[in-house]
Design a protein around this ligand. Structure first.
Ligand SMILES: Nc1ncnc2c1ncn2[C@@H]1O[C@H](COP(=O)(O)OP(=O)(O)OP(=O)(O)O)[C@@H](O)[C@H]1O
Length: 451
């Protein structure tokens, strides 16, 4: 490894491509950019290019290296990145991470997850990656060979807005061009020898499959990258359609079953996929989604709870929505001592102070207040003069879906139920107009329940 050049030199062709991506992202004075610096040639060239442009454009540039600690040379890479950045006058953060060895998708996926987790903690506007056109072509082919849909085949975007957003300024540049530039500019970088390991399917694709394809189709990489752009465009249109359908079938989050049934099956699947993505969950397996849509279209039962990976598609009384899965089993009872909120299952119970609303604060202050799951034989009267009803009846009346019932938080005062999430407040515990009150509510991902 030779000493790195310390002055960044712009290259007109590369610089033009990088500038186009910065323009598309609206990078200007004061924008905060951080290069995800592995120490490999791609991210080293990315860093050099940006270092050369930062003065003229006025953005703030820094770098971050994630030390996966997986290879004996990992510490050397971090040291190399630190020296490189010092030479360029760029601040760098090095993140040592612990990579899960038991990740279901393998060590590479675990490393990626740990890396992205560490990079996501940076307070910047844009994370900048060194992905190039050959990476894009490989990603498209790799994903198509795994049977992805339009979204997956869209692979990576040069500019992905977000918090932070992601930029890939070299996405239209061939690997060979990057190497050529790096050599001509006498840059130094580290080689990751695991990239040559043919035990990884991705590396076999890179070293064995793509060269054969390119021998027969010389423009294969460019064409695969172009297909990615077409797929991305189609994916954008599918999102627009889902958005329109979401508004036409409900309030954007909860939909009418009848309206959903008027959609074709592929269109309904598109809507559910979009909605699942909005919750931040991963796309479900196709077979599960097909089955969920089949059941939604044909069911005669009032309630359905259809697991779709990290989320479930729920039907209750003609309304359909997506909510987080799995709901954790109910925890042990929790004593309430006036806190504004307490953790409950996979959400929390909030206690808001209100005047003339909610539970009587005086009553709560007099007794022992406990938040617990429903106890056997629970009965409560939710309106003055009404007899006490069983928990099941109260839930049915309030439209609480059956799969929530065992996990609903219930507030007890001296063992008497006074509030059931989603059902309401016991008539005898309600605060009078003008009196100090406490209004509980239960929040869990996708399902806020006020009394
Ligand atoms: N250890 C690291 N620290 C910081 N950035 C890294 C590291 N490894 C990779 N990167 C960034 O990710 C880019 C792509 O790296 P690589 O091709 O090895 O990963 P990938 O797994 O294919 O990509 P991705 O992480 O986006 O799925 C690099 O050019 C670099 O910007």
């Amino acid at each position: 490894m030779a000493a790195s050049r310390t002055r960044a030199q712009p290259d007109p062709i590369l610089a033009g491509r990088v500038a186009a991506v910065l323009d598309a992202a609206g990078v200007g004075p004061g924008s905060r950019l951080c290069v995800a610096l592995s120490g490999g040639v791609d991210s080293v060239v990315t860093l050099h290019q940006l270092a050369a442009l930062r003065k003229e454009r006025g953005f703030v540039l820094r770098a971050a290296h994630v030390d996966h600690g997986l290879q004996p040379a990992a510490g050397d890479w971090a040291a190399f990145c630190e020296r490189l950045c010092a030479g360029l006058g760029v601040e760098i953060d090095v993140f040592p991470v612990t990579v899960r060895r038991d990740h279901p998708d393998g060590l590479e996926a675990a490393a990626r997850e740990a890396r992205h987790g560490a990079l996501a903690t940076l307070t910047v506007d844009w994370l900048v990656f060194g992905h190039h056109l050959d990476d894009q072509a490989e990603t498209v082919l790799f994903r198509l060979l795994r049977g992805v849909g339009v979204r997956g085949a869209g692979a990576m975007a040069a500019c992905e807005p977000g918090a932070p957003g992601r930029l890939r300024p070299l996405l239209e540049v061939r690997r060979g061009e990057i190497l050529e530039y790096a050599r001509a500019a006498a840059l130094t970088w580290v080689e990751d020898h695991s990239n040559a390991d043919r035990r990884h399917a991705r590396n076999r694709l890179r070293h064995d499959v793509l060269p054969c394809v390119e021998a027969a189709f010389p423009q294969a990489a460019e064409m695969l990258a172009r297909s990615a752009l077409n797929f991305r465009e189609a994916d954008g249109l599918l999102d627009e359609l889902a958005h329109q359908d979401a508004r036409a079938c409900g309030d954007g989050e909860r939909f009418s079953l009848d309206a959903l049934r008027a959609l074709s099956a592929p269109r309904l699947r598109n809507l559910l996929r979009w909605r699942i993505r909005c919750t931040g969950a991963e796309a479900p397996a196709r077979a599960r989604l097909l089955e969920a849509v089949r059941q939604l279209r044909s069911t005669t039962t009032p309630s359905l709870h259809l697991p779709l990976g990290q989320v479930a598609c729920c039907l209750h009384r003609g309304r359909v929505w997506i909510e987080a899965m799995p709901m954790r089993a109910h925890p042990r009872p929790v004593r309430w001592c006036g806190e504004e909120e307490i953790a409950w299952s996979d959400g929390r119970v909030l206690f808001e102070r209100r005047r003339g609303e909610g539970l009587s604060a005086a009553l709560l202050e007099r007794g022992e207040v406990v938040v617990a799951s429903r106890r056997g034989g629970l009965r409560m009267s939710d309106a003055p003069g009404r007899p006490r009803h069983s928990f099941k009846n109260l839930c049915q009346e309030a439209g609480v879906p059956p799969w929530w019932r065992d996990r609903l938080p219930v507030v007890y005062v001296d063992d008497e139920p006074v509030w059931i999430a989603g059902v309401g407040i016991a008539a005898a515990a309600r605060c009078a107009p003008g009196e100090r009150g406490v209004l509980p509510s239960w929040w869990r991902p996708g399902a806020p329940l006020r009394s």
